[in-house]
Write a protein that binds this ligand. Structure first.
Ligand SMILES: [Zn+2]
Ligand SMILES: [Zn+2]
Length: 186
């Protein structure tokens, strides 16, 4: 019984060609046998700004079927949210002007672990966009030094209240100077 299974696993279940390395080559989702030519993997940047990534989007190896079923639609949704995130307006806590707010979120959102200012800002914008907001007010960004075996690195965090702003007003000249669009800080 065991030897029959082993024989089956030596052939890729997609292209039907024998696999060079028969061990540990299965799709991490459905466990179908998949060869080196057919296996699909995530790019390094896939879902990078997603704050919570479900397990199904975190595997190392996908067969073509599972990749089409899970990764392709998730990647499309992610890209759409990322585009909106780049256009989220960001106003700091010290901003004293008027902001054309239509609706306020109930709770502040917070993100941690950013590499730099742009990184943490886009993470925050992504979170806002995920929740359906296009603005962030009362924004605060901060960095701290982390010591790690003799070398230091900075870690950024940020928080703000997500809001819905009147995009037409924001786009008009008089508002333009007063806020940052997350995209312009990339
Ligand atoms: Zn194959
Ligand atoms: Zn699969």
């Amino acid at each position: 019984m065991g030897s029959i299974q082993n024989t089956e696993k030596e052939v890729c279940s997609f292209c039907r060609l024998p696999k060079a390395v028969p061990v540990q080559d299965d799709c991490n989702v459905c466990q179908e046998s998949v060869c080196r030519n057919c296996v699909q993997m995530l790019h390094e940047d896939d879902f990078r700004y997603a704050n919570e990534r479900p397990e199904i989007l975190s595997h190392a190896r996908y067969c073509p079927r599972c990749f089409d079923e899970h990764i392709i639609p998730a990647r499309e949704a992610y890209t759409e949210t990322l585009e909106r995130a780049k256009n989220v307006g960001f106003w700091t806590r010290t901003y004293r002007g008027t902001i054309p707010i239509i609706k306020r979120g109930r709770l502040e959102i917070e993100v941690k672990g950013g590499r730099d200012r742009d990184d943490i800002l886009l993470r925050l914008g992504f979170r806002a966009a995920e929740l359906g907001f296009n603005g962030l007010v009362h924004g605060v960004m901060a960095s701290k030094k982390l010591r790690n075996h003799g070398y230091q690195k900075m870690e950024w965090e940020a928080r703000a209240l997500p809001v819905k702003v009147d995009q037409e007003k924001v786009d008009r000249e008089e508002w333009r100077e007063a806020h940052w669009r997350i995209l312009s800080h990339r």
